[in-house]
Design a protein around this ligand. Structure first.
Ligand code: HEM
Length: 133
């Protein structure tokens, strides 16, 4: 199974970037007053990308040694993934004021960015670790 590690990681990264990109696109369209981000096929496409993302994530988890997560980066990353999901759900709720929706979208986007940086650095501080050089 380990021989497929590069491919599984590639699928995970591609799905992660698609998930974040699609979320950003839908959020911007919703903020612009469009209706399509709430259409069922669009939501199902988003669930499909997230399912691929999670499946590849759990495959990576079973493949890699536990020592890789010793500094707690994966735990912090999972906490932020949960925050990203919750903020995203709240941002897409109907009857939100535009300002509240925009604040929720920005907060979700920052969580996503930090998740990405934590994954890349394998460090719980993620973006701050990069900024500290
Ligand atoms: C918004 C969601 C997520 C994003 C943006 C994301 C991003 C990434 C990226 C960019 C990498 C590659 C890191 C590198 O270059 O070494 C990665 C690896 C990884 N991710 Fe995620 N991920 C997400 C969700 C998850 C979840 C939910 C889990 C666990 C259940 C997970 C577990 C892992 C594991 C185990 C690796 C392998 C690290 C390695 O190969 O060294 N990810 N992730």
């Amino acid at each position: 199974m380990f021989e497929f590690y590069p491919q599984i990681k590639l699928v995970h990264i591609a799905a992660a970037l698609s998930s974040g990109g699609f979320f950003g696109l839908r959020a911007l369209a919703l903020l612009a007053g469009m209706q399509w981000p709430r259409f069922a096929p669009v939501r199902y496409l988003s669930y499909t990308v997230d399912t691929v993302l999670l499946t590849a994530a759990f495959m990576l988890l079973t493949l890699l040694p536990r020592e890789l997560y010793a500094n707690g980066w994966l735990l912090v990353k999972l906490g932020l993934v949960a925050s990203y999901v919750v903020l995203g759900i709240l941002a897409f709720r109907p009857q939100r004021r535009t300002r509240t929706r925009a604040a929720l979208v920005v907060a979700a986007g920052l969580c996503f960015l930090q998740v990405y940086c934590i994954a890349r650095t394998h460090h719980p501080l993620g973006a701050f670790y990069l900024l500290m050089g």
